[in-house]
Design a protein around this ligand. Structure first.
Ligand SMILES: [Zn+2]
Length: 293
């Protein structure tokens, strides 16, 4: 009798032990499952953030040297962190490049070029990104600007916005005809607010283009600034090296021309980003760095 009782107790205890192990195993696998899910979620979130942040990714090599200092820093008198050999300031290098390349050329009511001025590297834009009802002779930009312009228009298209150049390069003669026409129509005082006298137009530089969209019937109107296309340009043009040359806030008194959300001007990416981020106009940027021309 006694032994039988003992046996049953052992059997009961054995059963309890098996149940406990099972519960423990279940708990452990539950913890592992939850931990894996959290890990996946974090990874997914990190991956999802990548397309949103092209700028930080681009900046990483220059800014992110902190984490990479160890391999080089073991060498001794850490060149990297202290900058013993003075590395050139990237912003200054970019500015010098733009200046030497003629991309910071200033054309306004006080700065002009003569009738014969024509950049040597004008290239034709793809007609698919130009308004076909404007003369083909105006569908040119300087090579670097043309390439950047095409990229910007393609990026807009990829985001669902169709934007086209109306006129880009304009010769002195073309601008002369345009200006004379506006003066006849609106009077000189009014025409001078939005149209440049020949020789003072940015369009002669081959670095500027007017753009528009179907939503404003391909017209040059300040309504373009309120369209989805105009907002896209304002938000993204600097990524491709363009600025809004005549912004709303300080156009007329600072640039001499009314607000023109349709007029973009190429200045290279780093310069454009500084101008757009700091809400400058080209004149202010050039003054800031004492660039005279
Ligand atoms: Zn223009």
């Amino acid at each position: 009798m006694r032994t039988e009782k003992k046996k049953t107790r052992i059997r009961v205890n054995g059963k309890r032990l098996a149940v406990s192990i099972l519960v423990l195993l279940l708990a452990v696998s539950a913890v592992i499952f939850v931990a894996t899910r959290i890990g996946d979620a974090i990874r997914e979130k990190r991956d999802a953030n990548v397309p949103d942040g092209p700028d930080p990714a681009v900046n990483e090599p220059s800014n992110g040297t902190g984490s990479e200092t160890n391999p080089g820093g073991n060498g001794g008198t850490g060149n990297d962190p202290n900058g013993g050999t003075a590395a050139p300031d990237p912003a200054e290098t970019a500015r010098t490049y733009a200046l030497e390349n003629g991309v910071l050329m200033l054309l306004n009511k006080d700065h002009s070029v003569d009738e014969a001025y024509k950049a040597a590297d004008l290239v034709s834009l793809d007609e698919a990104i130009c308004c076909s009802d404007r003369p083909a002779e105006t569908h040119f930009l300087r090579a670097e600007a043309a390439e950047a312009f095409a990229k910007m228009i393609a990026a807009a298209k990829a985001d669902g916005f169709e934007i086209k150049a109306t006129t880009a390069y304009r010769s002195y003669g073309y601008q002369n005809a345009l200006y004379t026409n506006y003066v006849a129509k609106y009077g000189q005082e009014e025409a001078d607010r939005f149209s440049a006298k020949p020789g003072t137009s940015e369009h002669q530089s081959g670095l500027a283009s007017d753009i528009s969209a179907a939503s404003v019937d391909w017209a040059l109107t300040n309504k373009f600034g309120d369209t989805k296309e105009g907002k896209w340009i304002a938000a993204h043009c600097a990524e491709y090296g363009f600025i809004l040359r005549y912004p709303k806030e300080k156009s007329e008194e600072r640039t001499g021309y009314i607000y023109e959300p349709w007029h973009v001007r190429y200045v290279t990416v780093p310069v454009a980003q500084e101008i757009m981020n700091d809400k400058l106009v080209l004149e202010e940027y050039l003054e800031k760095y004492h660039i005279t021309q």
